[in-house]
Design a binder for this molecule. Structure first.
Ligand SMILES: NC(=O)c1ccc[n+]([C@@H]2O[C@H](COP(=O)([O-])OP(=O)(O)OC[C@H]3O[C@@H](n4cnc5c(N)ncnc54)[C@H](O)[C@@H]3O)[C@@H](O)[C@H]2O)c1
Length: 354
């Protein structure tokens, strides 16, 4: 890895991975390419510079911007419009042009330079209707599956890679599934070496959480800084569940696979926090109230948005069996890391997160 380009390298995941790669490979040239569309990404520039990561102000929709960033032997695609709600009620142009055409531009750049290609895909490739049809029931403060319930690609352990893919999955999810398919085709047609991660919710410091994306930081910041919060959808009770993966755990699997790319070339894994790291919004409120030292009054909006799903837990069995990797940072640790970061950087973060 002499030269690495991280598209979306000023974003939450991209900056975290770029900094970790630079830390572990100080002699590598690591370049973060970003158009700074996401509010708060500009805060990454100082961190990147201080750690020796280069910055290319560029747009993944423009092949010229990639060409200007120069050659590389690893291309990490972390640039995106990452909201599952994007495109509804308006034009999907930015979403499709960035997430899908941008991936194609990245693949072309990798092809031109013989670079390996990593795609951060998403659990939202799995279709909405069958996820909503899981036999969920309220148990305490969360939705849960019966102990012995299981079906094609799902069980109480979560959603596995063989969960059926037929049906709408959100415009966002479609851009990612189409990107996955093109990654596979570029590998078959041009011998590109590739890794794909279908990530569940990722969280940690430096995520610029907002109402439509990044709920862990949104929740923690509202508890610490103040401001309104609502449980949205599924009756407005906050029983919906997600598993959460610390962004440093994502780096751990990436590092493991990059260290022996010939072996892992072509892999596609679900990666997420798993059942042990799952949390409902109500449970998250309790964790955030503890971190902030006070509870927050939370409203409810009964109506469910188009792309919402009530429960998603990643079944990591395949990646764990193949590689030995498993998440190591608990949900409590994730909330603590976020809360400490919010307290330590309040002056810079509050104008962005409130
Ligand atoms: N955060 C999660 O929970 C999560 C879960 C699954 C998958 N992912 C995927 O991980 C990747 C990174 O997501 P994130 O959470 O860091 O989001 P983010 O919004 O924090 O980072 C994305 C970055 O891409 C930049 N960007 C947007 N449009 C661009 C364009 N046209 N050209 C260049 N840069 C552009 C933004 O300015 C931002 O800095 C995305 O592909 C996302 O779909 C994220």
């Amino acid at each position: 890895m002499n030269r690495v380009i991280v598209a979306g390298g000023a974003g939450f995941v991209g900056s975290s991975l770029a900094l970790s790669i630079k830390r572990d490979h100080p002699d590598s040239d690591v370049i973060a390419l970003d158009n700074l569309k996401r509010r708060g990404s500009e805060l990454a520039l100082e961190r990147l510079r201080e750690c020796g990561v280069g910055f290319a102000h560029g747009d993944i929709r423009c092949p010229e911007d990639l060409a200007a960033a120069g050659p590389c032997d690893l291309f990490l695609d972390c640039s995106a419009e990452p909201s599952v709600h994007a495109g509804y009620g308006g034009s999907p142009a930015y979403l499709i042009n960035t997430n899908l055409l941008g991936t194609i531009n990245g693949l072309e750049h990798a092809r031109a330079h013989g670079a390996a290609f990593v795609l951060i895909s998403t659990s939202r490739v799995y279709p909405i209707a069958p996820l909503r049809a899981l036999p969920l029931a309220v148990s305490g403060d969360r939705l849960d599956l019966p102990a012995d319930a299981a079906g094609p690609g799902w069980s109480r352990a979560g959603i596995a890679e063989d969960f059926p893919l037929a049906g709408p999955r959100s415009l966002y999810g479609a851009t990612k599934l189409a990107s996955e398919m093109l990654v596979e085709e570029y590998r078959a047609a041009y011998g590109l070496r590739t890794l794909v991660y279908r990530s569940g919710v990722l969280a940690g410091p430096w995520q610029m959480g907002k109402v439509d994306q990044g709920f862990m930081v949104l929740w923690a910041s509202r508890h610490l800084y103040g401001g309104g919060l609502s449980y949205m959808g599924f009756g407005g009770h906050g029983h919906q569940v997600r598993d959460v993966l610390h962004v440093d755990d994502l780096y751990d699997i990436l590092r493991l696979q990059l260290s022996d790319l010939e072996r892992w070339d072509g892999s596609l894994f679900n990666v997420g926090g798993g059942a042990a790291n799952s949390v409902s919004l109500r449970e998250l409120s309790a964790l955030c109230a503890k971190a902030a030292g006070r509870p927050l009054e939370i409203g409810g909006v009964a109506e469910t948005r188009d792309a919402d799903i009530p429960w998603y837990v990643t079944d990591c069995a395949r990646v764990t069996a193949a590689t030995g990797w498993r998440p190591t940072r608990s949900i409590e640790r994730i909330v603590d890391d976020i809360a400490r970061w919010l307290v330590d950087n309040r002056a810079r973060l509050e104008p962005i997160l409130r």
